[in-house]
Write a protein of this length. Structure first.
Length: 263
């Protein structure tokens, strides 16, 4: 039963129309953006969400993901913590959604990238977070892999998740702006779920990529910006092997992935 159906006899129809159409589930946590007009009904909404399968905690998103650590701010409506274990692609992730960025919506992309990687590659995952890209790659493929993040909490969760999944990888706590100074040997492949509006990291990553190396670059664009962005990539010497939209994040704004080959 949908959230709307669960609440139709508990919230007036004029307010029910303001109810968000969707919410995100990470482990046993539901994260929902409740408008101020529904402030008095927020606990009713949380209780209704808890009727859904496996949801034990409900968080109200208060602000956009922001800051260098890419952590969010939430109001805890149900439950006693912001930690959970999220499972996908035969991997387990222990995360605190208030301390490190994690999205359950990207599970398809994480599996797609893991399938693209070849045994024997040397791989870098920038903005590695708690390991949602890194861990499935390492579990599926025999690679040397490194994760970099500037958030100490994210690196701590990544270390814990390596142990949880019984795999090994290098973890570097550092600012991605320093990648050219940190890494002396180039990589076969770089995975780059870049923060919103941070496309400049693509040029930095190019300097540590082998010839014919691949970057899986995630960016945020409005639909009418894509043609111009593709032209810029071509003029910068990139070959676009593949690209696709990975879901809307704001009105007319989508996350896109570009599989780029260095010429």
């Amino acid at each position: 039963m949908s959230l709307h159906d669960l609440l139709k006899d508990k919230i007036p129809e004029e307010k029910l129309s303001l109810l968000p159409k969707g919410y995100e589930v990470i482990g046993d946590i539901a994260i929902i953006n409740i408008p101020q007009a529904l402030d008095n009904e927020k606990y009713l909404i949380a209780d209704a969400l808890a009727c859904q399968k496996n949801i034990k905690k409900v968080l109200r998103k208060l602000h956009k993901i922001e800051g260098a650590a890419r952590s969010g701010e939430f109001e805890l409506l149900l439950g006693n913590s912001t930690t959970t274990i999220h499972r996908e692609n035969n991997c387990a992730f222990f995360v605190d959604v208030a301390k490190t960025y994690f999205s359950g919506k990207m599970y398809y992309e994480r599996n797609r990238i893991a399938q693209k990687v070849n045994d024997g590659e040397v791989v870098l995952v920038l903005f590695a977070g708690a390991g949602p890209f890194l861990i499935p790659i390492k579990k599926k493929k025999n690679v040397k892999i490194t994760g970099l993040d500037n958030n100490p909490d994210a690196c701590a969760f990544l270390k814990k998740n390596l142990e949880l999944n019984d795999i090994e990888a290098d973890i570097i706590l550092a600012d991605a702006n320093s990648m050219g100074y940190i890494f002396k040997e180039p990589f076969d492949r770089i995975v780059m779920p870049a923060p919103y509006g941070q496309d400049h990291f693509l040029n930095l990553a190019r300097s540590i990529l082998k010839p014919e190396g691949i970057i899986h670059f995630y960016t945020f664009k409005k639909d009418f910006e894509i043609a111009h962005f593709k032209k810029l990539l071509f003029e910068s010497g990139w070959h676009i092997d593949f690209y696709r939209g990975c879901g809307e994040v704001a009105p007319r704004v989508k996350r896109y992935v570009f599989d780029l080959r260095k010429n």
